[in-house]
Write a protein that binds this ligand. Structure first.
Ligand code: NAD
Length: 508
């Protein structure tokens, strides 16, 4: 298997062009000139610059939205078969650049290469899945009445704004953009300022795949400027947003004057409930994986462990040993399990919860500090994998999304208590339960306030299934036809059979 030195050399080659010239915007099928404001894109590995990135202005966003508006009628009217062909070509091109995408994403975001290796394959799978659905996207229903027949038609809603975060930015962008394009919408993508590089690769691929100019536009920059303008622009009919809950509130307010349709995938504080009758080893594997993979920067991470009192001591002991064993290191090291956090500001935020935990009286069973060790740069954003034990659900470490390799563990006695604790949260994105009692699993399914519940499993992806959250975790669902529901308008056409009596006003 290639080692760190080899991967660094390969990554260096792929990253050189981003260092050589600023990453600009892709508008109406062309890259903009590098003549506006820029900012440095820092790698979490050591906080050195990977290159300059254009800071999009309102005027840049306006140009992108105008292009998306101009391109919309022709893309909407293209046959579903043709859209399918182009989107499959897009997926082929992603797969051909899999190595580059994985290495660039790892260096840009700090995610371990072992998890990013599959990024292009998963992104391509998103495109293929929705490409295959493109020909049927417009299908509707026939609804019968005795003297009328109703026909529902679906049409793409129009140009869509797609705003993505910095955790797994490549995967999330493909997850939102693929269904929008398959439905017949044009898009303006605003990637996160902390992780712009694979968004540039996606825009390049859109050109190569033969998407007509203006169908895919990408504007880099900050949320408060470029992102805000995108959510306000009158040509944009809908906003697909993935990010923090508080940003979702801002975006909803920004889009209110133009009455935009909103789809929000937001934060979470997802419970994993391990009952005494769980398969101990599988539950343990899943608890470790669902928090510490992707550096804990995963919306569906199970960041609140609820463990039943009968197995509590044994489970916590085994968990502590596993957390202590996690391999922190350079993201391009094939052995690394936990890499550096995205940005120094986020790193500081995660570290601040160590003090909050101490003040609240939690026990820091493992970790609790910046990680320093062989093979990692002391300027990087490395945090020790951390386990807070003996927490209570009222503590901030149990209520707030920390979004780092930090797990908060609580104990419960009864099923009712577990359900009440799981639901005592402002969030409701995902939940996990480990039990061998099928009846209990079904009771939990009905009672836990969540958009998604996995029973005896870590997060398993199924593209036709609905993905999304309740409460402060989101509005709307992605996946399968749920995505088309968002990106399309439904029109009802009511046709009379010619037999009903039409009201005859003014007749004498
Ligand atoms: P963030 O909300 O800070 O930023 C997300 C995007 O919004 C960025 O592109 C940013 O530039 C933009 N933005 C910021 N302010 C804006 C504004 N006023 N108007 C328009 N755009 C604006 O989120 P983040 O810190 O990048 O990402 C982490 C968050 O994303 C976590 O809360 C995580 O749970 C969430 N997330 C949720 C899901 C899900 O499926 N529910 C998936 C991944 C991440």
């Amino acid at each position: 298997m290639p080692d760190l030195t080899h991967n660094l050399s390969l990554a260096g080659n792929y990253l050189q062009r981003f260092r050589d010239r600023p990453t600009t915007h892709f508008i109406n099928g062309a890259w903009t000139a590098p003549d506006g404001d820029t900012f440095d894109n820092l790698t979490p590995v050591d906080n050195s610059s990977l290159g300059k990135v254009a800071a999009g202005s309102a005027a840049d966003v306006d140009a992108a939205c105008d292009a998306a508006e101009q391109a919309f009628p022709a893309w909407r009217d293209l046959s579903g078969q043709e859209r399918k062909r182009i989107l499959h070509r897009f997926a082929d091109l992603l797969e051909a650049r899999a190595e580059e995408i994985a290495l660039v994403e790892s260096m840009d975001c700090g995610q371990a290469l072992r998890f990013m290796k599959q990024a292009a394959v998963r992104g391509a799978a998103n495109f293929r899945f929705f490409a295959d659905k493109a020909p049927e996207a417009r299908n509707g229903q026939a609804l019968y009445q005795p003297e009328h027949s109703n026909l529902t038609l679906r049409t793409p809603i129009g140009p869509v704004g797609v705003i993505t975060p910095w955790n797994t930015p490549f995967m999330l962008a493909t997850w939102k953009i693929a269904p929008a394009l398959a439905a017949g919408c044009t898009i303006v993508h605003k990637p996160a300022e902390f992780s712009p590089l694979t968004a540039a690769i996606l825009a390049e691929v859109s050109e190569e795949a033969g998407l007509p100019p203006g169908v895919w536009n990408m504007v880099n920059g900050f949320g408060e400027t470029a992102g805000k303008r995108l959510t306000e622009h009158p040509a944009i009919r809908a906003v697909a947003f993935v990010g923090e809950s508080v940003t979702g509130s801002h975006i909803m307010a920004q889009g209110a004057p133009t009455l935009k349709r909103m789809h929000f995938e937001l934060g979470g504080k997802n419970p994993v409930i391990v009952f005494d009758d769980a398969d101990f080893e599988r539950a343990l594997d899943a608890v470790v994986f669902m928090l510490y993979s992707l550096n804990g920067q995963r919306c569906t991470s199970s960041s609140r462990l609820l463990v039943q009192s009968g197995i509590r001591d044994r489970f916590m002991q085994a968990l502590e040993a596993r957390v202590r064993n996690l391999r922190v290191g350079h993201p391009l090291d094939p052995d690394t399990e936990v890499g550096p956090l995205i940005h120094s500001s986020h790193f500081e935020k995660v570290l601040s919860y160590m003090d909050i935990a101490r003040e609240d009286g939690a026990n820091i069973a493992v970790g609790g500090h910046k990680f320093q060790g062989d093979g990692v740069d002391s300027n990087g954003n490395y945090v020790q994998p951390t386990l807070f034990a003996d927490a209570s659900n009222s503590m901030r470490i149990a209520r707030e999304e920390i979004f780092g390799p930090v797990l908060t563990a609580l104990t419960f006695d009864t099923e009712e208590e577990a359900i009440a604790t799981a639901n005592d949260s402002p969030y409701g994105l995902a939940a996990y339960a480990w039990t061998s009692d099928q009846g209990r699993a079904l009771r939990l399914a009905h009672k836990i306030e969540t958009g998604m519940l996995w029973i005896n499993s870590e997060n398993n992806r199924n593209l036709p299934s609905p993905f999304g959250g309740v409460k402060m975790s989101g509005i709307g669902r992605d996946g399968g036809d749920y995505s088309f529901e968002f990106y399309m308008e439904t029109k009802n056409v009511c046709m009379a059979h010619g037999t009903h009596k039409v009201p005859e006003l003014g007749k004498r």
